[in-house]
Write a protein that binds this ligand. Structure first.
Ligand SMILES: *[C@@H]1O[C@H](CO)[C@@H](O)[C@H](O)[C@H]1NC(C)=O
Ligand SMILES: *[C@@H]1O[C@H](CO)[C@@H](O)[C@H](O)[C@H]1NC(C)=O
Ligand SMILES: *[C@@H]1O[C@H](CO)[C@@H](O)[C@H](O)[C@H]1NC(C)=O
Ligand SMILES: *[C@@H]1O[C@H](CO)[C@@H](O)[C@H](O)[C@H]1NC(C)=O
Ligand SMILES: *[C@@H]1O[C@H](CO)[C@@H](O)[C@H](O)[C@H]1NC(C)=O
Length: 290
């Protein structure tokens, strides 16, 4: 926890897009550490006044983040735990989050939650981050979560990529082949050609990106063209040459049944895998400069 806290001090700074105060901004959330101790319901009301809620916790990272930061912000507190938004009060007998998000993560301490009438609210220990069920009328510091007002990054709607390249706003990237287009190459040579122009064979991460990329196929190339997807273990796991994760599967397993495939190409029915030695047209992708 110590190392973790140390790291966080570097990573998180209060930001203008969050309310002022003891704030940690993370993933468009403003976590506001409220040092004034109060009972659970008053804590929620005070969060509501900031257009937020007592924080709900959905993963171990967030739990560790909150508990780790709480050590700093709540160090004056005589309590060694703080309220988060978990409670039995809304659905008698069942734990739920007061912001109505799914109750999909727990981090109960050993022996918790104790089935003691009245202990219907979740507090987090600043000692180890574990949860316990507590009397909702106890006064504790608490953490509100308010949505950050940082706008999502927007790419310019129009950009003039250099000749041979086409801009696609959703990804903020230019797609194409540096002129003069060398035509068909094997996969390795194609990637090398892309790298010479500061690009990589294209990666594909969404349906809209696939659809955009397919326009190159439909209008000009009419066949499978190399993309940056490759496998080092005979097709069990896949990667992209630009270092982005293989997170979009739109495979055309019906039309391509290649044993031991290592390289991928894109066609009108999806992504096919092939031997890397075949010569094919290819498509490069590079981040546009705004
Ligand atoms: C905390 O409590 C003090 C004293 O009651 C009050 O003056 C202050 O406004 C409170 N702060 C918050 C953030 O509620
Ligand atoms: C509590 O959860 C159980 C099982 O999921 C469900 O059957 C029951 O209706 C829930 N009770 C309330 C008050 O939400
Ligand atoms: C909690 O205790 C009540 C009675 O005190 C009992 O009816 C209920 O079944 C218990 N719930 C659990 C989950 O043990
Ligand atoms: C785009 O930039 C090129 C030079 O890189 C220039 O020749 C061309 O006219 C520009 N096109 C537009 C539409 O601005
Ligand atoms: C790919 O093509 C290049 C140049 O055309 C050639 O030198 C290289 O041996 C080829 N590699 C494979 C694996 O076929």
């Amino acid at each position: 926890m110590l190392v973790f806290t140390f790291l966080l001090l570097f990573l998180f700074q209060a930001n203008a897009s969050c309310p002022s105060g003891n704030v940690v901004e993370w993933n468009s959330n403003c976590y506001i550490f409220q040092t004034n101790v109060t009972e659970f319901a008053s804590a929620e009301i005070s969060c509501k006044l900031m257009a937020g809620n007592l924080v709900s916790v959905h993963d171990a990272f967030t739990n560790a983040l909150l508990a780790g930061e709480a050590i700093n912000y709540f160090q004056q507190s005589t309590e060694n735990d703080f309220w988060i938004g978990g409670t039995l009060l809304m659905h008698a007998g069942n734990w739920s989050w007061i912001d109505n998000s799914i109750f999909d993560f727990i981090d109960w301490n050993k022996g918790e939650p104790q089935n003691i009438s009245g202990n219907g609210c979740i507090s987090v220990s600043t000692v180890n981050g574990a949860w316990s069920s507590q009397d909702c009328f106890k006064a504790k510091p608490y953490i509100c979560n308010v949505a950050s007002t940082t706008p999502p990054p927007t790419n310019p709607s129009y950009l003039n990529c250099s000749l041979g390249w086409t801009y696609f706003q959703p990804t903020g990237s230019c797609y194409g082949v540096e002129m003069p287009n060398p035509g068909k190459l094997n996969w390795t040579a194609a990637e090398e050609y892309c790298e010479k122009s500061g690009a990589h064979l294209t990666s594909i991460h969404s349906w809209e990106e696939y659809s955009f990329i397919e326009t190159f196929d439909a209008f000009a190339w009419n066949g499978h063209f190399w993309i940056g997807m490759f496998s080092n273990d005979g097709g069990k796991t896949w990667m992209y040459t630009d270092g982005t994760p293989y997170d979009y599967e739109h495979r055309d397993d019906e039309h391509c049944k290649m044993p031991n495939p290592r390289c991928a190409a894109c066609g009108q029915f999806g992504i096919c895998t092939f031997e890397c030695t075949e010569d094919r047209l290819f498509l490069c992708k590079k981040k546009a400069h705004f």
